[in-house]
Design a protein around this ligand. Structure first.
Ligand code: CO
Ligand code: CO
Ligand code: CO
Length: 318
């Protein structure tokens, strides 16, 4: 259950400086003429290598800032671990991975907090700024807009495979590479082209996050399965029943608003929780050429996976 659902019926203090409150990827606060953006995200280990886990978790925590069109400035680390079990050397590797990723993002670590925790957890609270006071939210998608995705889906089943010992870190090099990739350039792409809405694809899976945009914007989507990038290995794992239970939970969350005749494994793949996924944004169709040119200039992929409709449901066609 996410925080917004838990806050239902509780009234936060009214504050005109709050430009975006709970319920979007990050909050935006107006102070001294600038729009400051703030978020926090924590995950359990996703890979066996502690350095890689630290780096992926950091890219994941920074992602909500990028989803708002912001630029990260500083961060606080939050680390839960059992020092007997994980050991100080491994924990330092997690932090080394995190610091390298923060350096790449141009953000500074200001401090943090550790707590004893049997199941290791790591993540960051991140603070940033929205250039020129402009920010992107999940609200604003218009019928006819293109739906754009910048990274493949399917990491949840891969991570499940790693945890079960069926998949090794080195077997999924391309997925690790993508999880490590910052969404900084994708964010510049979305902001620069004037995306009508934007979010990042993480725990709720592609369809869960797409539905968030639909609900906030009062629209639907028609998504073309054939144009969605995914890892072949995830498809294999899902077909043999190996995927996190979150995928089924996500499916329950979207089912009422989903219209599709796709085979079961494909639907699960689209609901598979993603770690450090790409941005999902909507864009006026007149920007099609600019999208391709700008993505190429930035050296990233931008897949047009469907379009925004006037309906209130998501239709996925083969
Ligand atoms: Co997000
Ligand atoms: Co998040
Ligand atoms: Co403290």
């Amino acid at each position: 259950m996410d925080l917004q659902a838990l806050l239902k019926g509780l009234e936060p203090a009214k504050d005109p400086s709050v430009l975006v409150g709970p319920g979007d990827d990050a909050g935006v606060y107006l102070h001294e003429g600038k729009a400051w953006v703030q978020t926090v995200d924590i995950i359990t280990p996703v890979l066996n290598d502690p350095y890689l886990w630290g780096a992926v978790s950091t890219a994941n925590s920074l992602s909500d800032i990028y989803a708002m069109g912001g630029v990260p400035l500083s961060a606080l680390a939050i680390l839960g671990f059992d020092h007997c079990e994980l050991g100080v050397d491994k924990v330092r590797e997690v932090l080394r991975g995190s610091l390298d990723k923060l350096k790449e993002a141009g953000a500074s670590l200001l401090g943090g907090h550790t707590i004893e925790d049997r199941e290791p957890k790591f993540g960051l609270a991140v603070w940033g700024v929205c250039p020129e006071g402009k920010f992107l939210t999940q609200k604003g998608a218009k019928p006819g807009d293109m739906v754009v995705l910048t990274k493949p889906v399917g990491t949840g089943s891969l991570i499940k495979g790693v945890k079960e010992g069926i998949v090794k870190d080195e077997d999924i090099g391309d997925a690790v590479e993508n999880m490590l990739a910052l969404n900084d350039r994708a964010s510049r792409l979305a902001r620069g082209l004037g995306a009508s809405s934007c979010t990042d694809v993480t725990g709720f899976g592609l369809l869960g996050h797409a539905l968030n945009i639909c609900r906030k914007s009062g629209v639907g989507m028609k998504i073309d399965f054939g144009s969605i990038p995914f890892y072949e290995r995830s498809a294999d794992l899902i077909r043999s029943g190996i995927y996190p239970k979150g995928a089924k939970e996500n499916l329950r969350f979207v089912r009422e608003n989903l219209r599709t005749n796709l085979e079961e494994w494909k639907v699960i793949l689209l609901c598979d929780p993603v770690t450090s996924g790409g941005l999902l944004f909507t864009l006026d169709p007149s920007k099609r050429k600019d999208l391709d040119t700008e993505a190429r200039n930035l050296g990233i992929r931008a897949y047009v996976i469907g379009e925004v409709t006037e309906k209130t449901h998501i239709e996925v066609v083969p």
